[in-house]
Design a protein around this ligand. Structure first.
Ligand SMILES: Cc1ncc(COP(=O)(O)O)c(C=O)c1O
Length: 396
Protein backbone atom coordinates (compact mmCIF):
# COMPACT_ATOMS: atom_id res chain seq x y z
CA UNK A 1 0.00 0.00 0.00
CA UNK A 2 1.29 3.46 -0.78
CA UNK A 3 0.45 6.47 1.29
CA UNK A 4 0.03 9.53 -0.86
CA UNK A 5 0.84 12.90 0.57
CA UNK A 6 -2.12 14.68 -1.08
CA UNK A 7 -2.51 18.25 0.04
CA UNK A 8 -1.43 17.74 3.62
CA UNK A 9 1.99 18.88 4.56
CA UNK A 10 3.11 16.51 7.26
CA UNK A 11 6.60 17.95 7.13
CA UNK A 12 5.30 20.94 9.04
CA UNK A 13 4.51 18.77 12.04
CA UNK A 14 5.69 20.48 15.18
CA UNK A 15 7.15 17.66 17.21
CA UNK A 16 7.22 18.55 20.85
CA UNK A 17 9.12 16.11 22.97
CA UNK A 18 9.51 16.74 26.64
CA UNK A 19 13.23 17.28 26.45
CA UNK A 20 14.93 14.89 28.80
CA UNK A 21 13.38 11.53 28.00
CA UNK A 22 15.74 8.88 26.69
CA UNK A 23 19.48 9.05 26.59
CA UNK A 24 19.84 12.53 28.01
CA UNK A 25 17.32 11.91 30.78
CA UNK A 26 18.08 10.73 34.31
CA UNK A 27 16.27 8.23 36.48
CA UNK A 28 15.46 10.88 39.07
CA UNK A 29 14.43 13.45 36.51
CA UNK A 30 11.89 16.07 37.62
CA UNK A 31 9.04 16.32 35.13
CA UNK A 32 8.02 19.93 34.59
CA UNK A 33 7.19 19.29 30.94
CA UNK A 34 3.90 17.73 29.89
CA UNK A 35 0.58 18.88 31.36
CA UNK A 36 -0.26 15.95 33.58
CA UNK A 37 -2.62 16.22 36.55
CA UNK A 38 -1.41 15.27 40.04
CA UNK A 39 -1.51 11.47 40.13
CA UNK A 40 -2.46 11.31 43.80
CA UNK A 41 -5.60 13.39 43.23
CA UNK A 42 -7.12 11.25 40.50
CA UNK A 43 -10.34 9.67 41.86
CA UNK A 44 -9.27 6.03 41.74
CA UNK A 45 -11.57 4.72 44.49
CA UNK A 46 -14.64 6.56 43.24
CA UNK A 47 -14.06 5.33 39.67
CA UNK A 48 -13.51 1.80 40.88
CA UNK A 49 -16.83 1.89 42.69
CA UNK A 50 -18.55 3.48 39.68
CA UNK A 51 -17.17 0.77 37.38
CA UNK A 52 -18.55 -1.97 39.64
CA UNK A 53 -21.92 -0.30 39.93
CA UNK A 54 -22.25 0.36 36.21
CA UNK A 55 -21.76 -3.32 35.44
CA UNK A 56 -24.36 -4.22 38.04
CA UNK A 57 -26.85 -1.67 36.75
CA UNK A 58 -26.40 -1.96 33.01
CA UNK A 59 -24.95 -5.47 32.84
CA UNK A 60 -23.81 -6.39 29.34
CA UNK A 61 -25.57 -3.33 27.93
CA UNK A 62 -22.57 -1.32 29.15
CA UNK A 63 -20.48 -3.32 26.70
CA UNK A 64 -22.69 -2.92 23.63
CA UNK A 65 -22.12 -0.33 20.89
CA UNK A 66 -25.07 1.63 22.18
CA UNK A 67 -24.08 1.56 25.85
CA UNK A 68 -26.57 2.06 28.70
CA UNK A 69 -27.81 5.22 30.37
CA UNK A 70 -24.37 6.71 30.93
CA UNK A 71 -24.24 9.08 27.99
CA UNK A 72 -27.60 10.69 28.80
CA UNK A 73 -26.49 11.20 32.37
CA UNK A 74 -23.20 12.78 31.34
CA UNK A 75 -24.79 15.00 28.70
CA UNK A 76 -27.35 16.37 31.15
CA UNK A 77 -24.66 16.84 33.77
CA UNK A 78 -22.31 18.70 31.42
CA UNK A 79 -25.04 20.92 29.97
CA UNK A 80 -26.04 21.89 33.53
CA UNK A 81 -22.44 22.45 34.60
CA UNK A 82 -21.66 24.72 31.66
CA UNK A 83 -24.26 27.23 32.83
CA UNK A 84 -21.60 28.19 35.37
CA UNK A 85 -19.75 29.75 32.41
CA UNK A 86 -22.91 31.28 30.91
CA UNK A 87 -23.41 28.57 28.28
CA UNK A 88 -27.07 27.73 27.66
CA UNK A 89 -26.97 24.84 25.23
CA UNK A 90 -29.13 21.81 24.57
CA UNK A 91 -28.81 18.32 23.13
CA UNK A 92 -28.56 19.41 19.53
CA UNK A 93 -25.44 21.48 20.28
CA UNK A 94 -23.77 18.73 22.29
CA UNK A 95 -21.34 16.10 21.12
CA UNK A 96 -19.46 13.66 23.35
CA UNK A 97 -15.87 13.30 22.21
CA UNK A 98 -12.79 11.45 23.41
CA UNK A 99 -11.26 14.65 24.71
CA UNK A 100 -10.74 18.28 23.72
CA UNK A 101 -8.21 17.01 21.19
CA UNK A 102 -10.96 15.29 19.24
CA UNK A 103 -12.96 18.51 19.35
CA UNK A 104 -9.99 20.31 17.77
CA UNK A 105 -9.59 17.60 15.17
CA UNK A 106 -13.29 17.58 14.26
CA UNK A 107 -13.35 21.36 13.97
CA UNK A 108 -10.39 21.19 11.62
CA UNK A 109 -12.06 18.49 9.54
CA UNK A 110 -15.41 20.23 9.36
CA UNK A 111 -14.28 23.80 8.80
CA UNK A 112 -10.90 23.80 7.07
CA UNK A 113 -10.44 23.41 3.34
CA UNK A 114 -6.82 23.24 2.18
CA UNK A 115 -5.54 26.77 1.77
CA UNK A 116 -7.89 28.28 4.38
CA UNK A 117 -6.46 30.52 7.05
CA UNK A 118 -6.73 29.85 10.78
CA UNK A 119 -5.68 32.40 13.38
CA UNK A 120 -4.31 31.31 16.72
CA UNK A 121 -2.77 32.92 19.73
CA UNK A 122 1.02 33.08 19.42
CA UNK A 123 1.98 31.02 21.44
CA UNK A 124 -0.56 28.20 21.28
CA UNK A 125 -1.18 24.50 21.99
CA UNK A 126 1.12 22.41 19.78
CA UNK A 127 -1.38 19.66 18.99
CA UNK A 128 -3.74 22.27 17.61
CA UNK A 129 -0.99 23.66 15.35
CA UNK A 130 -0.41 20.17 14.00
CA UNK A 131 -4.07 19.38 13.44
CA UNK A 132 -4.70 22.63 11.59
CA UNK A 133 -1.63 21.99 9.44
CA UNK A 134 -2.75 18.43 8.64
CA UNK A 135 -6.04 19.85 7.42
CA UNK A 136 -4.12 22.11 5.05
CA UNK A 137 -4.56 25.44 6.84
CA UNK A 138 -2.24 28.40 6.78
CA UNK A 139 -1.72 29.49 10.38
CA UNK A 140 -1.39 33.11 11.44
CA UNK A 141 -0.21 33.81 15.00
CA UNK A 142 -1.91 36.68 16.86
CA UNK A 143 -0.02 38.95 19.24
CA UNK A 144 -0.62 38.48 22.96
CA UNK A 145 0.01 40.53 26.08
CA UNK A 146 -0.41 39.83 29.79
CA UNK A 147 -4.18 39.55 29.23
CA UNK A 148 -4.04 37.02 26.43
CA UNK A 149 -4.73 37.74 22.80
CA UNK A 150 -4.68 41.46 21.95
CA UNK A 151 -8.18 42.01 20.57
CA UNK A 152 -7.41 45.56 19.34
CA UNK A 153 -4.76 44.12 17.11
CA UNK A 154 -7.05 41.30 16.03
CA UNK A 155 -9.58 43.91 14.94
CA UNK A 156 -6.89 45.79 13.00
CA UNK A 157 -5.92 42.59 11.23
CA UNK A 158 -9.53 41.77 10.45
CA UNK A 159 -10.03 45.22 8.93
CA UNK A 160 -6.92 44.78 6.80
CA UNK A 161 -8.02 41.33 5.66
CA UNK A 162 -11.52 42.57 4.85
CA UNK A 163 -9.89 45.31 2.77
CA UNK A 164 -8.11 42.64 0.74
CA UNK A 165 -4.75 42.68 2.53
CA UNK A 166 -4.56 39.03 3.55
CA UNK A 167 -7.16 36.34 4.15
CA UNK A 168 -9.95 36.44 6.70
CA UNK A 169 -9.76 33.49 9.11
CA UNK A 170 -12.09 30.52 8.88
CA UNK A 171 -11.86 30.47 12.65
CA UNK A 172 -9.77 31.81 15.51
CA UNK A 173 -8.53 29.28 18.05
CA UNK A 174 -8.30 30.64 21.61
CA UNK A 175 -7.91 29.40 25.17
CA UNK A 176 -9.45 32.16 27.28
CA UNK A 177 -8.72 30.53 30.65
CA UNK A 178 -5.15 29.88 31.86
CA UNK A 179 -3.88 29.56 28.36
CA UNK A 180 -1.51 26.79 27.30
CA UNK A 181 1.36 27.68 27.33
CA UNK A 182 1.33 31.30 28.58
CA UNK A 183 -1.06 30.92 31.55
CA UNK A 184 -2.86 34.15 30.60
CA UNK A 185 -6.60 34.74 31.04
CA UNK A 186 -8.69 36.78 28.63
CA UNK A 187 -10.68 39.50 30.45
CA UNK A 188 -14.45 39.70 30.11
CA UNK A 189 -14.44 42.74 27.78
CA UNK A 190 -12.04 41.07 25.35
CA UNK A 191 -14.21 37.93 25.23
CA UNK A 192 -17.28 39.98 24.47
CA UNK A 193 -15.50 41.95 21.78
CA UNK A 194 -14.05 38.88 20.10
CA UNK A 195 -17.55 37.42 19.98
CA UNK A 196 -18.83 40.63 18.33
CA UNK A 197 -16.01 40.56 15.79
CA UNK A 198 -16.86 36.95 14.90
CA UNK A 199 -20.35 38.08 13.93
CA UNK A 200 -19.20 41.16 12.03
CA UNK A 201 -16.46 39.38 10.06
CA UNK A 202 -18.22 36.05 9.80
CA UNK A 203 -15.69 33.67 11.32
CA UNK A 204 -15.99 31.00 14.00
CA UNK A 205 -14.20 30.93 17.33
CA UNK A 206 -12.81 27.63 18.58
CA UNK A 207 -12.82 28.11 22.35
CA UNK A 208 -10.68 25.49 24.07
CA UNK A 209 -11.52 25.50 27.77
CA UNK A 210 -9.44 22.52 28.92
CA UNK A 211 -8.42 24.31 32.13
CA UNK A 212 -11.48 26.50 32.89
CA UNK A 213 -12.52 24.60 36.03
CA UNK A 214 -9.10 25.07 37.63
CA UNK A 215 -9.26 28.65 38.86
CA UNK A 216 -7.25 29.45 42.03
CA UNK A 217 -8.16 33.11 42.33
CA UNK A 218 -10.59 35.67 40.94
CA UNK A 219 -14.09 34.98 39.67
CA UNK A 220 -15.22 32.67 36.89
CA UNK A 221 -15.70 34.58 33.66
CA UNK A 222 -18.35 33.96 31.02
CA UNK A 223 -17.22 31.78 28.15
CA UNK A 224 -16.92 33.40 24.73
CA UNK A 225 -19.61 30.90 23.72
CA UNK A 226 -22.00 32.68 26.08
CA UNK A 227 -21.70 35.86 23.98
CA UNK A 228 -21.85 34.27 20.54
CA UNK A 229 -23.22 30.71 20.72
CA UNK A 230 -23.98 30.87 16.99
CA UNK A 231 -20.30 31.51 16.18
CA UNK A 232 -18.43 29.55 18.86
CA UNK A 233 -17.33 25.95 19.14
CA UNK A 234 -16.64 25.33 22.81
CA UNK A 235 -14.50 22.43 24.09
CA UNK A 236 -14.64 20.95 27.58
CA UNK A 237 -12.84 17.91 28.99
CA UNK A 238 -12.55 15.76 32.10
CA UNK A 239 -8.84 15.21 31.40
CA UNK A 240 -7.61 17.84 33.82
CA UNK A 241 -10.11 17.17 36.61
CA UNK A 242 -10.83 13.40 36.64
CA UNK A 243 -8.06 11.93 34.50
CA UNK A 244 -6.84 12.12 30.89
CA UNK A 245 -7.02 8.33 30.59
CA UNK A 246 -10.83 8.56 30.61
CA UNK A 247 -10.61 10.23 27.19
CA UNK A 248 -13.85 12.07 27.63
CA UNK A 249 -14.83 15.61 26.75
CA UNK A 250 -17.56 17.52 24.98
CA UNK A 251 -18.10 19.92 22.13
CA UNK A 252 -20.81 22.58 22.27
CA UNK A 253 -21.29 23.93 18.77
CA UNK A 254 -23.77 25.73 16.57
CA UNK A 255 -26.20 23.16 15.23
CA UNK A 256 -24.90 23.12 11.68
CA UNK A 257 -21.38 22.40 12.94
CA UNK A 258 -22.44 19.86 15.56
CA UNK A 259 -24.46 17.94 12.94
CA UNK A 260 -21.48 17.66 10.63
CA UNK A 261 -19.23 16.54 13.45
CA UNK A 262 -21.74 13.86 14.39
CA UNK A 263 -21.64 12.56 10.79
CA UNK A 264 -17.87 12.36 10.89
CA UNK A 265 -17.69 10.43 14.15
CA UNK A 266 -20.14 7.75 12.94
CA UNK A 267 -21.58 7.75 16.45
CA UNK A 268 -18.56 6.04 17.91
CA UNK A 269 -16.44 8.83 19.26
CA UNK A 270 -16.28 7.64 22.85
CA UNK A 271 -16.31 4.31 24.64
CA UNK A 272 -19.77 3.24 25.90
CA UNK A 273 -18.17 1.45 28.82
CA UNK A 274 -16.29 4.57 29.91
CA UNK A 275 -19.56 6.49 29.57
CA UNK A 276 -21.30 4.10 31.93
CA UNK A 277 -18.54 4.45 34.50
CA UNK A 278 -18.35 8.21 34.22
CA UNK A 279 -22.13 8.55 34.22
CA UNK A 280 -22.31 6.52 37.39
CA UNK A 281 -19.55 8.52 39.00
CA UNK A 282 -21.15 11.88 38.22
CA UNK A 283 -24.48 10.82 39.73
CA UNK A 284 -22.98 10.29 43.14
CA UNK A 285 -19.81 12.32 43.19
CA UNK A 286 -19.02 15.68 44.79
CA UNK A 287 -17.30 17.22 41.77
CA UNK A 288 -16.98 20.63 43.43
CA UNK A 289 -15.05 19.03 46.28
CA UNK A 290 -12.69 17.48 43.70
CA UNK A 291 -12.20 20.91 42.11
CA UNK A 292 -11.42 22.39 45.53
CA UNK A 293 -8.83 19.66 46.20
CA UNK A 294 -7.21 20.22 42.81
CA UNK A 295 -7.10 24.00 42.93
CA UNK A 296 -5.73 24.05 46.49
CA UNK A 297 -2.96 21.69 45.46
CA UNK A 298 -2.12 23.47 42.19
CA UNK A 299 -2.15 26.90 43.76
CA UNK A 300 0.41 25.77 46.36
CA UNK A 301 2.54 24.23 43.59
CA UNK A 302 2.31 27.36 41.45
CA UNK A 303 3.45 29.44 44.42
CA UNK A 304 6.31 27.06 45.17
CA UNK A 305 7.40 27.31 41.54
CA UNK A 306 7.22 31.11 41.49
CA UNK A 307 9.13 31.39 44.74
CA UNK A 308 11.83 29.00 43.56
CA UNK A 309 12.19 30.88 40.26
CA UNK A 310 12.45 34.21 42.09
CA UNK A 311 15.12 33.00 44.48
CA UNK A 312 17.26 31.18 41.90
CA UNK A 313 16.96 33.30 38.75
CA UNK A 314 16.47 36.76 40.23
CA UNK A 315 16.09 39.32 37.43
CA UNK A 316 17.33 36.99 34.72
CA UNK A 317 13.81 35.85 33.78
CA UNK A 318 10.29 37.26 33.62
CA UNK A 319 7.02 35.50 34.29
CA UNK A 320 3.45 36.20 35.25
CA UNK A 321 1.48 34.28 37.87
CA UNK A 322 -1.36 32.35 36.20
CA UNK A 323 -4.73 32.57 37.97
CA UNK A 324 -5.29 28.88 37.38
CA UNK A 325 -4.46 25.92 35.18
CA UNK A 326 -1.21 24.00 34.85
CA UNK A 327 1.40 26.26 33.27
CA UNK A 328 3.85 29.04 33.88
CA UNK A 329 5.59 30.66 30.91
CA UNK A 330 9.15 31.64 31.60
CA UNK A 331 10.64 34.40 29.43
CA UNK A 332 14.43 34.63 29.07
CA UNK A 333 16.51 37.34 27.54
CA UNK A 334 16.14 37.65 23.78
CA UNK A 335 19.38 35.88 22.84
CA UNK A 336 18.78 32.79 25.01
CA UNK A 337 18.72 29.53 23.06
CA UNK A 338 16.02 27.74 25.03
CA UNK A 339 16.20 24.58 22.92
CA UNK A 340 19.80 24.16 24.01
CA UNK A 341 18.96 25.22 27.55
CA UNK A 342 16.21 22.59 27.80
CA UNK A 343 18.73 19.94 26.67
CA UNK A 344 21.27 21.05 29.25
CA UNK A 345 18.57 21.11 31.91
CA UNK A 346 17.55 17.57 30.95
CA UNK A 347 21.13 16.40 31.44
CA UNK A 348 20.93 17.88 34.92
CA UNK A 349 17.65 16.08 35.57
CA UNK A 350 14.72 18.36 34.83
CA UNK A 351 12.36 18.09 31.86
CA UNK A 352 10.86 21.23 30.39
CA UNK A 353 9.30 22.24 27.07
CA UNK A 354 11.19 24.91 25.09
CA UNK A 355 9.12 27.67 23.47
CA UNK A 356 9.67 26.79 19.82
CA UNK A 357 6.96 24.11 19.68
CA UNK A 358 4.21 26.55 20.59
CA UNK A 359 4.62 28.69 17.48
CA UNK A 360 3.63 27.84 13.93
CA UNK A 361 6.20 30.15 12.36
CA UNK A 362 9.93 29.42 12.33
CA UNK A 363 11.97 31.55 14.65
CA UNK A 364 13.85 31.53 17.90
CA UNK A 365 11.64 31.85 20.93
CA UNK A 366 13.30 32.61 24.26
CA UNK A 367 10.69 30.87 26.42
CA UNK A 368 10.30 27.71 28.41
CA UNK A 369 6.98 26.28 29.56
CA UNK A 370 6.93 24.86 33.06
CA UNK A 371 4.10 22.64 34.25
CA UNK A 372 3.47 22.87 38.00
CA UNK A 373 0.54 20.43 38.33
CA UNK A 374 2.34 17.11 38.28
CA UNK A 375 5.21 17.32 40.77
CA UNK A 376 5.14 18.02 44.50
CA UNK A 377 6.54 21.25 45.92
CA UNK A 378 9.93 19.86 46.99
CA UNK A 379 10.38 18.27 43.57
CA UNK A 380 9.47 21.54 41.87
CA UNK A 381 12.09 23.36 43.94
CA UNK A 382 14.69 20.77 43.00
CA UNK A 383 13.68 21.00 39.34
CA UNK A 384 14.10 24.78 39.34
CA UNK A 385 17.46 24.48 41.08
CA UNK A 386 18.63 22.17 38.28
CA UNK A 387 17.23 24.42 35.56
CA UNK A 388 18.95 27.45 37.08
CA UNK A 389 22.24 25.54 37.37
CA UNK A 390 22.01 24.64 33.67
CA UNK A 391 21.20 28.24 32.76
CA UNK A 392 23.98 29.91 34.76
CA UNK A 393 26.52 27.30 33.64
CA UNK A 394 25.64 27.95 30.01
CA UNK A 395 26.31 31.68 30.46
CA UNK A 396 29.76 31.29 31.89
C1 LIG B 1 -5.23 23.51 25.55
C2 LIG B 1 -5.43 22.05 25.53
N1 LIG B 1 -6.40 21.54 24.78
C3 LIG B 1 -6.62 20.22 24.74
C4 LIG B 1 -5.84 19.34 25.46
C5 LIG B 1 -6.10 17.88 25.35
O1 LIG B 1 -7.23 17.59 26.09
P1 LIG B 1 -7.89 16.15 26.07
O2 LIG B 1 -7.10 15.26 26.96
O3 LIG B 1 -9.26 16.42 26.60
O4 LIG B 1 -7.92 15.67 24.67
C6 LIG B 1 -4.81 19.83 26.24
C7 LIG B 1 -3.96 18.90 27.00
O5 LIG B 1 -2.83 19.11 27.28
C8 LIG B 1 -4.59 21.22 26.27
O6 LIG B 1 -3.60 21.74 26.99
Amino acid sequence: MTITKQEYDFNRNVIVQPVGRGAAGRQDSVNLSYGFPATELLPVEALNQAALESLVRDRAQALHYTGGQGLDIIRNWQLRRLRKFGIQANDEHYLAVYGANQGIELTARVLINPGDTVWTEAATYFNAINMFCYAGAEIVGLPMDVNGVDVDKVEDELKRAAAGEGALPKFIYVMPNFQNPTGTTLPRARRERLAKLARIYNFYILEDDAYGELRFEGEDLPAIASYAPDRTIYLGTFSKTLGPGLRFGCVIAPREVADRMRCLTLNSATSPFTQEILGHLLQNYDYDAQITRLTACYEARRDALAEALGSTFGDEVRFQLPEGGFFLWLAFQEETDTLRLAELAAERGVQTVPGRGFFAADGSYPFIRLCFSYCGEREIEEGVRRLAAAYFDSRR
